[in-house]
Write a protein that binds this ligand. Structure first.
Ligand code: UDP
Length: 253
């Protein structure tokens, strides 16, 4: 049977043409990559989990007035999204030192930061997504100063929302990455949250035990990634049981 036209294939997702102009279908693969795709694996059920988790977070954000690209989930692996012009930046918000900031600044992982830090990496695999200052972003025309102010405001709202959700299920939101897209309404442009919000792009630590429930489980070989994501989904009340193992994915609304 003819498949919809593929628009773009990334490491963890595929974008297909949507049913209406201005829409796309976002398909979540089971592929996991780390260290700029040097480490690769297929994790059965990961795509289903991330589709459901990203739906949950994006729906919540839409509800509280933080605009996102999410329209609706279509099936286990696909969601309908608004087509946006992606700003080529990874917008990272950190509450606690971990990963690259710990390495770069010599801050022990787990050290709370004095305030949330928003930083930007330029999305370019060949360059290894280098950290860039606002000066570069404006000089190279990726975003204006006004855009950047709006992006920081959006990122901090996402941080407060996600921190609160995670606090409610005994998880600390250590850091996360979002991507921002432009949509055009006539002569006006708006910035909205795009891509995905899932344990692939967050650091999530159990508040009591410190257990990692995010992609670091894969990056650092700490156990079964689908089990970790299932734990997050379970705590949120989204899944009846582990869909990452056994007889294959099952989903309950
Ligand atoms: N992150 C991401 N995609 C990237 C780089 C980072 O989703 O290409 C997320 C990562 O999962 C973490 C946060 O952004 O939640 C901060 O990542 P960091 O800069 O510490 O990079 P890493 O340690 O992953 O190299």
């Amino acid at each position: 049977m003819a498949r919809r036209k593929k628009i773009y294939e990334g490491k963890a997702k595929i974008l297909y043409e949507g049913p209406e102009p201005g829409t796309l279908v976002q398909y979540f693969k089971d592929d996991a990559t780390a260290f700029n795709a040097e480490k690769k694996a297929t994790i059965e059920g990961k795509g289903v989990l991330n589709n459901r988790l990203s739906e949950h977070f994006m729906t919540g954000l839409n509800t509280i007035g933080v605009p996102t690209h999410f329209i609706k989930r279509l099936n286990m692996r696909e969601q309908l999204i608004r087509s946006v012009e992606i700003i080529p930046l990874e917008v990272i918000v950190r509450n606690v030192a971990a990963g690259s900031i710990s390495k770069r600044m010599g801050i022990e992982e787990g050290t709370p930061l004095p305030r949330p830090i928003v930083e930007f990496s330029y999305k370019d695999d060949a360059l290894g997504d280098p950290l860039v200052p606002e000066e570069y972003i404006i000089a190279f025309g990726w975003a204006s100063q006004q855009d950047l102010d709006d992006i920081v405001a959006l990122a901090l709202r996402v941080n407060d929302f996600m921190s609160g959700i995670m606090f409610g299920i005994n998880i600390k939101l250590v850091d996360f990455k979002i991507e921002i897209g432009r949509v055009f309404d006539g002569d006006f442009q708006r910035l909205i949250v795009a891509d995905e919000i899932s344990p692939d792009s967050c650091r999530l630590w159990d508040m009591k035990t410190g257990e990692k429930l995010d992609k670091d489980v894969f990056r650092r070989d700490l156990g079964d990634l689908a089990d970790a994501y299932t734990e997050v989904a379970n705590r949120l009340g989204l899944m009846p049981k582990n869909i990452g193992s056994g007889s294959g994915p099952k989903l309950v609304n």
